[in-house]
Design a protein around this ligand. Structure first.
Ligand code: FES
Length: 104
């Protein structure tokens, strides 16, 4: 599937993404050398993988840790997610996310 990421400088990058490896969107971005610190390594406690979802189909539900973390972020929007908590599925083809200021 394809995932599209809008980077901090406003460019859109298309990422070819496998769905059978259990990767998170954060891991896919890192594997493609996008600038995502993801300091906590996917534990939902650092928010340096924060993205705003611009276009999507069905996404996995938020767990409490993710919801709690997003509540504390000044740049969060109604469609914010922690990309480390978004496990890639075939339903995510065409997902468009924008990297947020925490992810620098
Ligand atoms: Fe730390 Fe996602 S990598 S919250």
């Amino acid at each position: 599937i394809k995932i599209i990421v809008e980077t901090q400088d406003g460019q859109r990058v298309e990422l070819e993404t496998p769905t059978d490896m259990g990767l998170s969107v954060m891991e896919v971005m890192k594997a493609n050398e996008l600038n995502v610190p993801a300091i906590c390594g996917g534990m939902a406690i650092c928010a340096t993988c924060h993205v705003e979802v611009l276009e999507s189909g069905e996404l996995p539900e938020m767990n409490d840790d993710e919801a709690f973390m997003l509540e504390s972020l000044p740049h969060a929007t109604a469609t914010s997610r922690l990309s480390c908590q978004l496990r890639v599925t075939p339903d995510m083809d065409g997902l468009v996310v924008r990297l947020k200021p925490e992810a620098v």
